[in-house]
Design a protein around this ligand. Sequence first.
Ligand SMILES: Nc1ncnc2c1ncn2[C@@H]1O[C@H](COP(=O)(O)OP(=O)(O)OP(=O)(O)O)[C@@H](O)[C@H]1O
Ligand SMILES: [Mg+2]
Length: 333
Amino acid sequence: MKSVIGMGNALTDILINLKNDEILDTFKLPRGSMNLVDSELQRQIDASVADAPHTLSLGGSASNTIRALARMGASTGYIGKVGRDETGDFFERTLNELQIAPTVFRGDEPSGRCVSLVSPDGERTMCTYLGAALEMRHTELTPEIFDGYEYFYIEGYLVQDHELISNAVRIAKERGLQVALDLASFNIVEENLGFLHDLVDRHVDILFANEQEAAAFTGEKNPLEALDKIARKCSIAVVKVGTRGAYVKYRGRVDHIGIMGNARRVDSTGAGDFYAAGFLFGLCRGLSMEQCGTIGSIAAGKVIEVVGTTFDEKVWEEIRRMVGDVETGNYIL
Ligand SMILES: Nc1ncnc2c1ncn2[C@@H]1O[C@H](COP(=O)(O)OP(=O)(O)OP(=O)(O)O)[C@@H](O)[C@H]1O
Ligand SMILES: [Mg+2]
């Protein structure tokens, strides 16, 4: 079976259950928002919730995708940068436990982390501190890192460093890997339009975009027209349209793949990340576009049923069983 190495902002997610919303008022954090914070604000927030119960998990868009791929049974690797601290140790240890081959660099800043403050009613307010993740440089990447993999997956959130992405993708292509990119967010697309077009034209084989990102990238509001435009630039174009599923265009043919209809949405965090994981898993197994999309929908449908992006082994067993059924043609959406 083929294998995937991912690269992204290496973040550790810290989920904190709040007794009340006082801290949100104190730090003027709008409920439900995502805030980029500096180390000082992060430290103050940490100090004021030090007594609240919390859990740690591997976070970051690409690392979510790689983690899901590993849990489905793919062989995987991950490239990222953390600090020389306990959070960084946690990140690297967790990759090892999941049998994800780590290429984890250590920087001078503290490890990047995303603190999710969960209000008593379930609303989540996020504070993201990128820290050492921002220190990763293209000069740290060597061709050997990519040896033995067939696909290279990158998250759009990395666009802060154009040189890093360009060089990583160039090395991966030289080593014969296919490159997959998720556009991450429409504002990222708008702010880096020229760079992203050039990258996709030259190096990207598989592009994942949601409806808004596809519109920002192509200027076409209609997802099918956006899909067409994207498909002229790369080999496999995937445009996700939320509860309406996704469109895939490959070799001139368009497939529409629906959603896992019985999913009970609790929190959509990770839907896109897990969709990419399922899709890439199908590609690794040499399956059809329809089967790849179906596995994407299954993985996404499962992650939206939980708060956060982790669930227990029982659910992974169920996913692996469903994926097996997709492969044998016994599961069709
Ligand atoms: N309510 C839902 N029920 C079932 N499946 C869903 C639902 N919402 C989304 N999905 C699945 O998740 C996939 C990806 O969702 P979406 O189109 O929102 O991507 P995204 O915006 O990239 O997600 P994210 O916000 O996680 O980055 C969809 O194509 C679909 O298969
Ligand atoms: Mg997304």
